[in-house]
Design a protein around this ligand. Structure first.
Ligand SMILES: NC(=O)c1ccc[n+]([C@@H]2O[C@H](COP(=O)([O-])OP(=O)(O)OC[C@H]3O[C@@H](n4cnc5c(N)ncnc54)[C@H](OP(=O)(O)O)[C@@H]3O)[C@@H](O)[C@H]2O)c1
Length: 308
């Protein structure tokens, strides 16, 4: 399951509106035959991909067990149901599942179908990790809205404003981390204050991006101060800009466009409004190290934990 999770994690941010999923095939002795992940909506699901690859490599008949991070789907979507793809191969006797489908309408359907067909189904292996992997998909399928992550970098004195003449003040590892946050998001959200002060690009540069990935760029700018040239450059960089008159309108727009996660990268004004709105899910704060050469501190807070 750890291997299946690793396979899936590489494609977090590439699969919307589908969840990231990883699958590993084992032979009769429990040895790993091969693994795969769901890479893109419309492409094969992880289970189907493993079986497809195994067939190509002539290893299909060796598979006895499939280990999957998420319950196999039991419905025909853009691709055929994974339960049926598994059941076609009588030598597959066991399916190990990390977590059930978070969508309450389909949860358990895949497990039930496989059990009824006589397969052994083992559930809940590394369940917490597997649920965490699909937290944005869970938000999307349960609440019908994207998962909102707020990111902020704070200076030693708690200010978010960079020193004069600078756009950033965090360490190189923090910049890499910040670009990993962008990479996993399907949309970014900023405010006019940040655009006017920083002329930011918002592209993923410090880590390799998912090939061909295009992101929505939501803009809070009721006074329409953002220059048209900046919008044109954002479009040229592959963004799809959208002016959001309110958080609710913007979230509805993103949901309609199949966005699983939006990353808010705004200044103190918009960040405060997001925090007060209660519409966020995860807050990532990068705190500059106290002393010179001291590492930055990252704190991640989940709103669901705060509510408990
Ligand atoms: N350290 C960091 O992590 C970080 C990240 C980004 C930016 N920054 C810094 O932050 C500074 C800019 O901060 P800022 O606070 O001026 O800009 P901001 O928070 O990015 O944008 C603020 C603007 O958003 C608009 N807005 C729309 N809806 C809003 C709502 N519901 N609530 C509040 N605002 C809303 C407002 O303009 P309208 O009234 O026209 O709608 C407001 O002036 C820059 O110096 C930048 O370098 C730091």
């Amino acid at each position: 399951m750890r291997m299946a999770l690793n396979a899936a994690e590489k494609f977090v941010g590439a699969t919307a509106p589908n969840p990231p999923v990883g699958a590993i095939a084992l032979d009769r002795k429990g040895n790993v035959v091969l693994g795969a992940a769901h890479q893109k909506a419309g492409g094969p699901h992880a289970e189907a991909k493993v079986l497809e690859l195994a067939e190509k490599l002539g290893k299909l008949s060796a598979i006895e067990t499939l280990v999957v991070t998420l319950e196999p789907c039991n419905h025909q979507g853009r691709t055929p149901a994974c339960t049926e793809a598994i059941l076609k191969h009588r030598h597959i006797r066991r399916v190990v599942i990390g977590t059930r489908d978070p969508n309450p309408r389909v949860a358990g359907g895949g497990v039930e179908r496989l059990r009824k067909a006589g397969l052994e189904v083992i559930e809940g292996v590394l369940e917490a990790e597997c649920r965490f992997l699909v937290r944005a998909f869970t938000k999307f399928s349960v609440d019908g809205h994207p998962y909102v992550t707020l990111k902020a970098a704070l200076r030693k004195d708690g200010s978010m404003i960079p020193p004069a003449g600078q756009k950033t003040f965090t360490s190189k590892p923090s910049l890499i981390f910040a670009h990993e946050l962008r990479k996993r998001a399907d949309a970014l959200w900023t405010g006019s204050g940040t655009v006017l002060a920083d002329n930011p690009e918002f592209t993923v540069r410090w880590v390799p991006d998912h090939p061909g990935k295009e992101r929505f760029l939501l803009l809070s700018d009721r006074r329409q101060r953002i220059p048209a040239e900046w919008i044109a450059r954002a479009k040229a960089n592959g963004f799809r800009p959208h002016f959001a008159p309110s958080f609710e309108e913007g979230l509805d727009f993103l949901a309609q466009n199949g966005v699983l996660e939006v990353l808010v990268e705004a200044g103190p004004t918009l960040r405060k409004a997001w925090l007060e709105s209660g519409l966020w899910d995860e807050s990532v704060v990068i705190m500059q190290g106290e002393k010179e050469n001291e590492e930055d501190n990252v704190t991640i807070t989940f709103r669901s934990d705060e509510e408990e």
